[in-house]
Design a protein around this ligand. Structure first.
Ligand SMILES: Cc1cc2nc3c(=O)[nH]c(=O)nc-3n(C[C@H](O)[C@H](O)[C@H](O)COP(=O)(O)O)c2cc1C
Length: 235
């Protein structure tokens, strides 16, 4: 059993995304899975050229020679593959979007029609990993993920995590003990989600609910964030 997460934050190992991914993978590891987090910012991933060489001249093989072939192998050999991203301009980072554009070699060129009138490309390989998605936003509130949710609703994900107030995850020992406690509870819920995914192949409704519990009120978060910027700008 292998669980892999592709982290699309430009902040890499210092990201809030990593603070979400880390306990989730810890839980999966406790349940016996082999785990890996790939920091896309550390890898050589060029932009898709749109040349369609991977569909025509060399089926399944991209014309570009960078880290992507290795990462697609890693994706395909995983049982569960997750994508993690901060919300950037209501959507995912360019880094993660660029990475997912490079999945083109894994699909076939022919256009197929679904019963509902939509169209798709069939997968080139027989077995794809089951997938999950993690997003965190800098804003408080409930609407930061509307666009992401609309776009990924076409796919069948084992787990979707939408963490608002993402910057609160940078909590330190000097912070409000109530916030420290909430973040610890969030982290515990993530661990449980990872354990359940690796053990049962699904995450219970109760755990999904716990992962989405409020960690800080919108007003407190806004006040803390605005104070941080006021002090920084004044210096
Ligand atoms: C270019 C840019 C665009 C952003 N756009 C949004 C946005 O549309 N909505 C939002 O809630 N936060 C936005 N943010 C804030 C990030 O989502 C937030 O800082 C997040 O916690 C960073 O997570 P990370 O540490 O995993 O990268 C943006 C940040 C940057 C740098």
């Amino acid at each position: 059993m292998k669980v892999t997460v592709f982290n699309g934050s430009p902040r890499g190992r210092k990201s809030n995304s990593h603070r979400i991914v880390s306990p989730l993978l810890e839980g999966a590891k406790e349940a016996g899975a082999q785990t890996e987090e790939v920091f896309l910012i550390e890898r050589d991933i060029r932009q898709c050229l749109g040349c369609f060489v991977c569909w025509g001249k060399t089926p399944g093989k991209c014309a570009l020679n960078d880290d992507m072939a290795e990462l697609l192998d890693l994706f395909l050999e995983s049982d569960y593959a997750g994508m993690a991203t901060p919300v950037y301009n209501m959507y995912m980072t360019g880094l993660l979007k660029n990475f997912t554009d490079r999945f083109l070699p894994l699909s076939m060129p022919h256009i197929k029609k679904n019963d509902d009138g939509s169209f798709y490309h069939e997968g080139r390989v027989k077995r794809f990993p089951r997938q999950f998605f993690i997003a965190n936003s800098g804003f408080p509130g409930a609407h930061n993920f509307d666009l992401i949710k609309a776009i990924i609703s076409y796919q069948d994900f084992v787990l979707e995590i939408y963490r608002n107030c993402g910057e609160a995850l940078q909590v330190t020992d000097d912070d409000d003990p109530r916030l420290i406690k909430k973040i610890r509870e969030f982290s515990d819920a993530l661990k449980k989600a990872g354990r359940e995914m690796a053990t049962n192949g699904r995450v219970s409704e109760e755990t999904v609910r716990d992962v989405h519990l409020e960690i800080i009120s919108d007003e407190e978060y806004m006040a803390g964030g605005n104070k941080y910027w006021d002090e920084l700008i004044d210096d």
